[in-house]
Design a protein around this ligand. Structure first.
Ligand code: ATP
Length: 905
């Protein structure tokens, strides 16, 4: 945590903003209700710094570089090589030191890249704030907020800086992160006349890092960054976490275990060598080189790079990972619980049907353009002449926070699409909202929309005269509040038969996959706003289309072949939800359940149906938690989407919590493991595919590396066991290690997604990364490489070639065998020949570099002394390459047999 004092600017310190009257506050901060202008904001930002909390001192690049050489074995190797240089092997020792240094620099570059990739992900997950700049409402990165900015906040937002409130509507915040108090705090905008009160009692202030749970408000920024209360108690930055994933931790401990075995093997081998008469110093260097070669020192970097690059690929596919451990679980996901509106559908609503006076009107037109006509029973009508039509739509539009605007490229809405469709329908009917006084079209009071209540209610001054309560929302909810029915010029009792008629119309709309919203109202004469939602007059129903996203159908098909079950969980009504689910192919079991039915089931009953229900409709956020708990209890790996404030517990609980980047609230995004930047279901499926790919690449890398190392050890052990000369010198071992562990292995870790990955069932999470199949592959490769290299070595000695020649042949055969193994490991199931070599350019270039380097150290005089090699003839090269290719052929045959066996099983 960096020191607080470094960022503290005296101008920002005034902890008594709560005492000021609003005009005093404005003048102190040189701002107004219309906010700052851009130039002033820039100047303040330069003066006071960015609105960020510093989360600790970054490690310097130099320190990261030094880290690479902190390994004890590397230190021993450098010292021993130094001594050997002084005694009798200057050229070889120098080569050893150069290779070790190069390997260190390579490790540094890899780690640095991995860190940078994670840093850039952090930036993408940053918050935004809605402010007024130059008199216009704008969304800006929260870090650009400055003292004096006027900021809008609403339910679900995280407060982006410390604000003094100047306007509030039923505003409540959750300040638990700051004060520990878990009940929501009611806020107001009046000044408080006390000199000293604790933060929890500063009811006209809201603080950075706390959340709006209800209502909305406007505030002026009084403190930013480290000067906020949040900054002062110096809590950690809560955006992308880069803690290690369980896989990283497991692999780190696997690496440590291998390290211990490597040291034991190296000691045994160098002792054996010593007894065969090799000098002690060269055996120490050799032993250390063997240990260094066996230890997968690049393992942490490869894993981080594979994950970071995979996560970057996910960003391109619109899925932003916030918590790295999610990446591993993603690939194992077998159930995706998804919202409907905006995730499966386009969330571009257009009102198609309008029901008033017991009559259904059709509305034409596309998108948000206010051009369209009304018709009834096949003939066009003039909206003005249809009694109540314009009036009820006008009421509906007044009960919306959404506005319609004309831009150069057409009409767009600012706000919620459901409301947008009402505003547009009203405009089509000739309603001119601008005739009402501007401030929210003269709204006097409001009970905001929430996913729990499924309604929104306002009190508006209509034409500057009469006050109306207007309520719109889910039909069942609105219908319960209605006692009367508007029909033509009359207001009659809403009897059972009328209720049935209304439900029938709504049901018909739902079956056409239309989303249905009811509008009710009543004149309001009192000055208090208690019980305003009772005794309403039923006005009308609006049926709006929200077409499915075209790419979702394909994504759902992909899920099916990948063994993933999509489940729709929606706040919308059951009939509409089922109609859309059918259209998309989600109704695998043909079962749907409503929130009310779900509440009536006890745990045991629910457990029986939970996995076989395709659609959950009229669901509240608390039901989501119940569903996710039941699914996870059965061992499923569950991804769950959510966007509202109250979705956070379910998102936290799910294996993969998925929040929406566009529609979602800050609170839901903070609780999630992954954010969809386009709110699209198809992006979850792409992310799952990437998750599988990342896991597979790490497995490929491990199989390749451990198989190769195992083979090298077997080859050398066999030579020692048969008291043949030691086949590889220390410098050769390190050279091979640099190429294989440093270059090829990393390239395998970034292999692009393999074809057919989504044709397999999800991975069993209980199975480790080195599952049975992987271990078999490692054993096969290890034994093959060991036997082939040893075979070539003893053949060369048998036919009377010199020790140096036989050793060079061993060296070349080992390198080529491991390169062929690298090619084979591009896929552990598919034939390598079926894979485009240009799909993995890093691998192709690493193989080319390895071949060229090997040719150079064997063929060029200047390297031969350092690398203890001798020149090979054409036939000898052919012998080395020809024998090595057996590794590729055998592993390909093995994969083929395994594939046939899987198909016949
Ligand atoms: P999903 O959960 O799939 O996103 P949804 O958008 O229908 O579906 P909610 O936003 O919780 O879920 O809405 C639930 C219900 O509340 C809707 O079906 C609708 O009847 C009603 N509703 C939605 N938006 C509004 C609004 N702005 N004002 C009043 N009622 C609304």
């Amino acid at each position: 945590m960096s020191s607080l004092n470094t960022e503290q600017k005296p101008e920002q310190i005034n902890s008594k903003w709560f005492t000021d009257e609003i005009d005093v506050l404005f003048s102190k901060l040189s701002t107004s209700r219309l906010g700052l202008n851009e130039n002033d904001a820039k100047k303040i930002s330069i003066k006071h710094g960015k609105n960020i909390i510093h989360d600790g001192v970054k490690e310097s690049i130099f320190k990261l570089l030094l880290e690479q050489f902190k390994n004890l074995l590397i230190v021993i190797l450098i010292i021993a090589a130094g001594i050997s240089a002084l005694i009798d092997q200057p050229v070889e020792a120098l080569a050893i030191i150069i290779i070790v240094l190069l390997a260190g620099v390579l490790g540094f570059v890899q780690e640095y890249q991995a860190e940078k990739a994670i840093d850039s992900l952090k930036k993408m997950a940053a918050h935004t704030a809605t402010v007024i700049r130059n008199g216009i409402e704008r969304v800006i990165p929260a870090e650009d907020l400055v003292q004096g900015d006027v900021v809008f906040i609403k339910a679900g937002d995280q407060i982006p800086a410390d604000l003094r409130l100047i306007e509030v509507i039923n505003l409540k915040t959750d300040e638990a992160s700051l004060t520990g108090e878990s009940t929501a705090v009611n806020k107001h905008a009046k000044s408080i006349n006390t000199n000293k009160i604790p933060i929890g009692d500063q009811k006209n202030m809201v603080f950075m890092g706390t959340n709006v749970t209800y209502g909305k408000g406007v505030g002026v920024v009084v403190a930013t960054g480290m000067n906020t209360e949040f900054g002062k108690i110096a809590m950690l930055l809560r955006d992308t976490e880069n803690r290690k994933t369980p896989l990283q931790n497991n692999l780190n401990s696997l690496g440590k275990k291998i390290g211990i075995y490597a040291i034991i093997i190296a000691i045994i081998m160098s002792v054996l060598g010593f007894f065969q008469g090799y000098p002690i110093l060269s055996m120490v260097i050799w032993g250390v080189a063997v240990a260094v070669a066996i230890i997968p020192e690049a393992l942490p970097a490869v894993v981080t790079i594979s994950i970071a690059l995979g996560v970057r690929r996910m960003v391109k596919k619109k899925a932003l990972i916030r918590k790295l451990p999610a990446v591993e679980t993603l690939g194992a996901t077998n159930i995706i619980c998804t919202d409907k509106t905006g995730t499966l559908t386009q969330d571009e609503m257009t009102a198609r049907l309008f029901y008033i006076n017991n009559n259904v009107y059709e509305i034409s037109g596309a998108g948000y353009s206010p051009n369209g006509t009304f018709s009834s029973k096949g003939s066009d009508v003039e909206p003005e002449k249809e009694i109540n039509l314009k009036f009820v739509l006008e009421l509906g539009a007044l009960c919306c926070d959404t506005t319609l605007h004309k831009y150069d490229d057409g009409y767009k809405i600012v706000g919620d699409p459901t409301e947008g469709s009402i505003v547009v329908a009203a405009a089509k009917a000739g309603v001119d909202l601008s005739k009402h006084k501007q401030s929210d079209f003269n709204r006097i009071y409001e009970i905001p929309f929430s996913s729990e209540t499924k309604r929104m209610t306002t009190v508006n001054l209509f034409n500057g005269e009469k006050k109306y309560v207007i309520s719109k929302g889910a039909l069942e909810v609105i219908l319960k509040s209605c006692k009367l029915f508007l029909i033509k010029d009359e207001i009659i009792e809403l009897n059972e038969s009328l209720r049935k008629d209304i439900l029938k119309v709504a049901n018909d709309m739902g079956e056409k996959a239309l989303r249905v919203l009811a509008i009710a109202f009543k004149p309001h004469f009192e000055d208090n706003y208690n019980n305003i939602e009772n005794n309403l007059i039923f006005g009308g129903l609006i049926g709006m289309i929200d077409p499915p996203r075209p790419e979702v159908k394909l994504a759902i098909k992909k899920c099916e072949s990948a063994g993933i079950k999509p489940i729709m969980i929606t706040g919308d009504n059951e009939v509409t939800a089922v109609a859309i689910a059918k259209e998309l192919g989600i109704m695998k079991y043909g079962k749907s359940i409503s929130g009310n039915e779900l509440e009536d089931l006890n745990e045991e009953e629910f457990d029986k149906v939970v996995e076989h229900t395709d659609v959950y409709a009229r669901i509240s956020p608390s039901h989501k938690l119940k569903i996710v708990n039941a699914l996870m209890k059965k061992g499923n790996i569950v991804a769950m989407t959510g966007d509202g404030v109250n979705d956070a517990p379910a998102l936290k609980k799910a294996d993969i919590g998925v929040a929406m980047g566009i529609k979602g609230t800050d609170v839901s995004r903070d609780a999630a493991d992954m954010i969809l930047t386009d709110d699209n279901f198809a992006s979850i499926v792409s992310a799952v595919e990437e998750g599988r790919s990342i896991f597979q690449n790490i497995r490929k890398y491990l199989v390749y590396l451990l198989g190769g190392n195992f083979g090298t050890v077997i080859g050398m052990m066999l030579a020692l066991a048969f008291t043949l000369p030691i086949p590889l010198k220390a410098v050769q071992i390190l050279f091979i290690n640099f190429l294989m562990d440093g270059l090829i292995a990393i390239a395998l870790g970034v292999e692009p997604t393999e074809l057919g990955l989504m044709k397999n069932k999800p991975r069993n999470v209980k199975e480790g990364i080195l599952n049975k199949d992987a271990l078999k592959f490692i054993a096969l490769v290890g034994v093959l490489i060991g036997l082939i290299t040893m075979g070539v070595f003893s053949y060369a000695l048998n036919i009377g070639l010199s020790d140096e020649k036989a050793e060079t042949l061993f060296f070349a055969t080992l390198i080529f065998s491991r390169l062929f193994n690298g090619l084979s490991c591009r896929s552990l199931v598919n034939p390598s020949m079926s894979m485009n070599p240009f799909n993995n350019i890093p691998l192709l270039s690493s193989i080319l570099i390895s071949v060229l380097f090997t040719y150079a150290v064997i063929s060029f005089e200047i390297f031969r002394e350092a690398f203890h090699t001798v020149k090979l003839t054409g036939v000898e090269w052919l012998l080395a390459i020809g024998c090595s290719i057996i590794v590729l052929i055998s592993t390909e045959i093995y994969k083929y047999i395994k594939k046939i066996k899987t198909v016949t099983d």
